[in-house]
Design a protein around this ligand. Sequence first.
Ligand SMILES: Nc1ncnc2c1ncn2[C@@H]1O[C@H](COP(=O)(O)OP(=O)(O)OP(=O)(O)O)[C@@H](O)[C@H]1O
Length: 263
Amino acid sequence: MTAAPALAGSAVRLADISVEFVRDGKPFTALRGVDLDVADGEFVALLGPSGCGKSTLLRVVSDLLAPATGTAEVLGGPPRQARVARDVGFVFQDSALLPWKKVIDNVRLPATVGPRRSRQMTGLTPEEALALVGLTDAAGAYPSQLSGGMRQRASIARALVTDPRLLLMDEPFGALDEITRDRLNVELLDIWQRSRATVLFVTHSIPEAVFLAQRIVVMAANPGRVHEIVDVPMPYPRDVGLRETPEFNRIVSHLRRALDSQR
Ligand SMILES: Nc1ncnc2c1ncn2[C@@H]1O[C@H](COP(=O)(O)OP(=O)(O)OP(=O)(O)O)[C@@H](O)[C@H]1O
């Protein structure tokens, strides 16, 4: 896989972002005054109670939603520019593979549409992306023939074929059993280190956030806002043994208290 070109500065820069919805006929503030800088190549987790606006934040970054106030900059320009250039990849909780297409054809899909086609020579081929997530043998299967973990890996492979400089992941492993989730966490870190993409990763799991991220954005609800940003200074590569260390558990406890204090 080719390394993302080095960018000076931020991959994502949010300044004073607010998002308003109408819920039950009344105005509702989903995000208020969110400031966040994510450096190029950084792995940042978003953690917080249900409804605090984590997915809404990703939707602003991915240009699916325009904020009511504030400015968002993605890869040095407006979010729309990054979306149109297909520099942003997505992985959701539900893998959203097309059930009537084989795994390899699902993974090929982004490469067959849109302007990124001509850049495929510098990115991963669909076959390479499948190999990277360990699914070469499942290339000819249909999504319904895969386990949940395999479907999520196929979904990650699909996101990787556009060689995204920014990967947005919204609880991608939330529906998986703990053992599969732990394994995919290790695989994801491996992929991240090789791709040098920037990752914004939404999770409800404190240990998952600590294991993966360099920084954790703890959010609070009503209105959705940034409560605290916590550094995770442990070096990479990280392996499962990290979860047994006092440093890991100290950060987990700190985050648990930060989330409990919001109740
Ligand atoms: N299209 C919409 N219309 C009205 N309200 C919305 C809309 N989308 C989100 N909301 C509200 O905004 C708030 C934030 O939603 P969001 O999905 O971003 O939260 P979240 O932190 O990702 O939650 P969860 O962890 O449960 O997935 C919620 O209260 C939700 O009801």
